[in-house]
Design a binder for this molecule. Structure first.
Ligand SMILES: CC(C)(COP(=O)(O)OP(=O)(O)OC[C@H]1O[C@@H](n2cnc3c(N)ncnc32)[C@H](O)[C@@H]1OP(=O)(O)O)[C@@H](O)C(=O)NCCC(=O)NCCS
Length: 208
């Protein structure tokens, strides 16, 4: 009886595997949503609701048990890229987020990146929680550890801005074009330059 139960469970999990890999990843995401998944691991999952639009989004998993969750009503325009290496990373994109074109997000070493709702990412924005290669000091201690990124609600990142590991950007802030953010940025300010410095406080911005 136990053997039969195990067999039934195995069959069911094979069915689930088939449904996930062939129906959900290949048909639903690829054909319906124009999302291409390159999954070189196991237990990775992607959640995209019906009312979110993607156009040629490429998601690569080079590790296991990673999660990509995209919120309601988002618009991920042309040729955006999510690249996840190692295990247990989590990318959470909240509702009504817009990616223009060529936005890239790289996660590694089990880090988390969370993007708040109603945020806009202009063309060529790059976000990364990890450097992808390891650097050590003379005592063999790792010096470039990967760290989580938190981007608040209603944040506008200008074209080609770069958001580096460990950074938190406050609600309602604006990151200038071609700016490199290496330290935390507070709420409702404008930060520009390389590295980013706050130039205006107590601002708010509107899409139109
Ligand atoms: C950040 C931004 C919104 C600021 O606009 P603003 O409030 O009108 O700023 P100002 O033009 O008054 O500039 C203020 C100062 O910041 C500097 N500055 C502005 N933007 C900068 C940037 N991206 N990088 C470096 N310095 C910048 C200016 O040279 C000026 O310096 P100064 O005080 O020494 O003269 C704007 O410059 C910007 O980068 N916009 C992004 C546009 C974009 O990517 N759009 C994509 C559509 S989604």
């Amino acid at each position: 009886m136990l053997v039969n139960r195990l067999k039934r469970w195995k069959d069911r999990s094979l069915l689930l595997k088939f449904l996930y890999e062939y129906i959900y990843l290949r048909y639903v995401l690829n054909i319906r949503y124009n999302v291409k998944i390159r999954d070189y691991g196991k237990g990775n999952s992607v959640w995209i609701p019906r009312n979110t639009r993607c156009d040629n989004l490429m998601i690569t998993f080079k590790g296991n048990n990673n999660i990509v969750r995209i919120g309601e009503g988002c618009e991920l325009k042309n040729t955006n890229m999510i690249y996840i290496q190692d295990d247990g990373n989590e990318l959470i994109i909240s509702d009504h987020v817009i990616f223009d074109q060529d936005v890239s997000i790289v996660l590694g070493e089990g880090t988390r990146c969370e993007i708040g709702s109603n945020s806009i990412f202009a063309k060529g924005v790059r976000i990364r929680t990890c450097d992808q290669h390891f650097i050590y000091d003379s005592q063999n201690h790792r010096i470039n550890t990967s760290k989580a990124i938190y981007i608040g609600n209603h944040v506008w990142c200008g074209a080609s801005a770069i958001i580096m590991k460990g950074v938190s950007i406050g609600n309602g802030s604006v990151i200038g074009m071609d700016t490199m953010v290496t330290k935390n940025i507070p709420d409702n300010c404008i930060a520009v330059g390389k590295p980013a410095k706050v130039i205006k406080n107590k601002i708010y911005w509107k899409e139109y």
